[in-house]
Design a protein around this ligand. Structure first.
Ligand SMILES: Cc1cc2nc3c(=O)[nH]c(=O)nc-3n(C[C@H](O)[C@H](O)[C@H](O)COP(=O)(O)OP(=O)(O)OC[C@H]3O[C@@H](n4cnc5c(N)ncnc54)[C@H](O)[C@@H]3O)c2cc1C
Length: 556
């Protein structure tokens, strides 16, 4: 095979090059640097932190952490491993969250989970001073309470541009309280962080053989090459923002699902997965990508804006508000509106739930590894996501936009301000009109692929109002529909599902080394976090823990 020529000369060099400065990247960089390696982190955005910075900072690392011991909670690596590999646990919509977890990868997580937590404490992350709980309902298994919460303290919140109110600084859980101290620790340790350096490819000795040598990056239009003497660590945060990539696993996830949680702070564009597979890496555990677990795809918490994940509201003080464009209207009571598809028809009980997680004590009685667990679950197949993504029978794969329809009385009850900066009128995520028919006609935006027939929306609202009179929703069983939609002006607000986690990615081994399609390690290449596969778990713990493992091994 012809040998690829390494770039000559290299523009920069370090022992370890980390791609991405999020929950996996910064721990990896700090650990590698403290083990004696020189470290460069490249970050595509003009700020650090990735989705981890936007996160709620709820942190279910376990296996016997100091916080678990302090509060008398018994846990061990073996119990954590058992919880996350119990194939028999089934969540209320029938999906088994742990069945497709790769045992080797979970073993490595279980064995390093507590140490990764202590690493955070040692690097300036403060926890809310309370006993671990099952807050945020993470998939951490069901035998022990594990979720701790990163206190925001005095760090500025990227969502608002301001610090939290002093009275709640030590009790507010936030990703800012995780990533800002890690950023300070990385700088203090001597990690070099290059912002606006987007990795575009990975150099290997030859396309499918030999060591990884370094990476190519794009820095504001200039192509640079960075040599990695020992290792490259992919910590690019997943692929859910890349429509073509995610549709390989779930064809329903078409472009109208444009409200990626964590955007516009950072994207999940699959660049790590694409660069690694281009040099022979394998993907892994792909069922987890499209399995309908927990928060993979969610019901929006706010409406009338593109980025409408329930826990992230972008305010005008935020440095990314220009891209977010609106704060959104937070829905307190789903009785205040109806949800319609792009044809103006209801499809669902608006007050109904979305997917639930399997969490602490969710199966009672719980028999580890027993098929009987499935009998002890209250099935509830009714959920927003299945209904919203179901489609309208026009041959299109995605379900199309979902609109929240409400009137002036709902605005008053919710104390909403249906105007900028609360809603995004300019980009077509919010419309207002004096009649229902006119409202349907106004809904023109890039994802509304056919006009909404005014007659449909008029009939839908009239029928719903008749359900309010009757006290019964004859179509979707909404419990005691409470409010008619009758007082102008009427509004249509974007309420399309939010895409959240990536739960499958590159194949790694217990040392977080990337493995190729033949099952062989790619020398010098590591990966952790949402770009790594084999582990169905929401969020921070696996990213932090795998960053911790990858950093240790990459520097070795
Ligand atoms: C709104 C929100 C709330 C959340 N709340 C919680 C929570 O409370 N608890 C929890 O456990 N989890 C939570 N999560 C999930 C958690 O934040 C993520 O799972 C975690 O951050 C993933 O870590 P990561 O390192 O894989 O990716 P990220 O933290 O996203 O970091 C990836 C980084 O790589 C950079 N990057 C990508 N491509 C390139 C490239 N080509 N070149 C250079 N840099 C690149 C990105 O810009 C980004 O900075 C939340 C997520 C969101 C979005």
């Amino acid at each position: 095979m012809e040998k690829a020529q390494p770039p000559s000369p290299w523009d920069r060099a370090a022992d370890v090059v980390v791609i991405g400065s999020g929950a996996a990247g910064l721990p990896a960089a700090i650990v590698a640097r403290e083990a004696g390696a020189s470290v460069i982190v490249v970050e595509a955005e003009n700020h650090i932190g990735g989705h981890a910075m936007t996160s709620g900072g709820n942190l279910p690392l376990g296996g016997g952490t100091s916080y678990q011991r302090k509060y008398g909670i018994e846990d061990s690596p073996d119990l954590l491993f058992r919880d996350l590999t119990d194939w028999s646990v089934v969540v209320p919509n029938g999906f088994p969250p742990y069945r497709y977890n790769d045992r080797e990868i979970i073993r490595a997580f279980a064995d390093n989970s507590a140490a990764a937590f202590e690493f955070l404490l040692a690097h300036g992350v403060k926890m809310v001073e309370k006993a671990p709980d099952n807050g945020s309902g993470h998939e951490v298994g069901i035998s022990a309470l594990r979720t701790m919460h990163c206190a925001v303290m005095d760090w500025p919140m990227i969502q608002t541009g301001k610090p939290a109110d002093p009275s709640v600084r030590a009790s507010t859980s936030s990703g800012n309280g995780l990533m800002q101290p890690l950023h300070a620790a990385a700088r203090k340790a001597g990690v070099e962080i290059l912002l606006e350096h987007r990795m575009t490819s990975i150099h290997r000795e030859s396309p499918n053989a030999g060591r990884v040598l370094g990476i190519a990056v794009n820095h504001n239009g200039t192509a640079l090459n960075i040599r990695a003497g020992k290792a490259v660590i992919i910590a690019t945060g997943g692929s859910s923002g890349n429509v073509n990539f995610r549709r390989m696993f779930d064809p329903r996830l078409t472009e109208e699902y444009c409200g990626l949680a964590g955007m516009p702070w950072s994207d999940q564009d699959a660049s790590g997965e694409l660069a690694a597979t281009a040099i022979g890496a394998s993907l892994w555990g792909l069922f987890n990508f499209s399995g309908e677990f927990g928060s993979g795809v969610t019901k929006p918490g706010a409406i009338g804006c593109q980025y409408n994940y329930t826990n992230v509201r972008w305010h005008p003080g935020s440095e990314v508000f220009g891209q977010a464009r609106a704060i959104g209207l937070k829905v307190a009571d789903w009785q205040n509106l109806i949800l319609v598809n792009l044809l103006g028809k209801r499809f669902y009980d608006e007050c109904g739930p979305q997917f639930s997680y399997s969490s602490y004590m969710s199966v009672i009685p719980y028999e580890p590894y027993s098929y009987l667990n499935a009998k002890n679950i209250d099935y509830n197949p009714n959920n927003f996501i299945n209904a919203a993504l179901a489609g309208i029978g026009d041959g299109h794969n995605g379900g199309g936009p979902i609109w929240a329809i409400f009137d002036a009385d709902a605005v008053a009850r919710e104390k909403w301000h249906p105007a900028p900066p609360h809603v995004d009128c300019d980009a077509g995520f919010f419309f207002t009109a004096d009649t229902i028919g006119e409202l349907a006609q106004r809904i023109v935006m890039k994802f509304q692929r056919v006009p909404m027939p005014p007659r449909n929306l008029i009939d839908t609202v009239a029928r719903y109002n008749s359900f309010v009179d009757a006290g019964k929703d004859a179509d979707f069983g909404k419990e005691s529909p409470r409010y008619k939609i009758e007082k102008p002006p009427f509004h249509a607000a974007w309420a399309t599902p939010v895409v959240h986690d990536t739960r499958a990615g590159l194949r790694i081994n217990t040392r977080c080394q990337v493995v190729d399609i033949k099952g062989d390690v790619i020398p010098g290449l590591y990966c952790g976090g949402e770009s790594a596969g084999g582990f169905s778990m929401h969020g921070l713990p696996r990213a932090i823990c795998q960053g911790f493992i990858a950093g240790k091994n990459a520097a070795g």
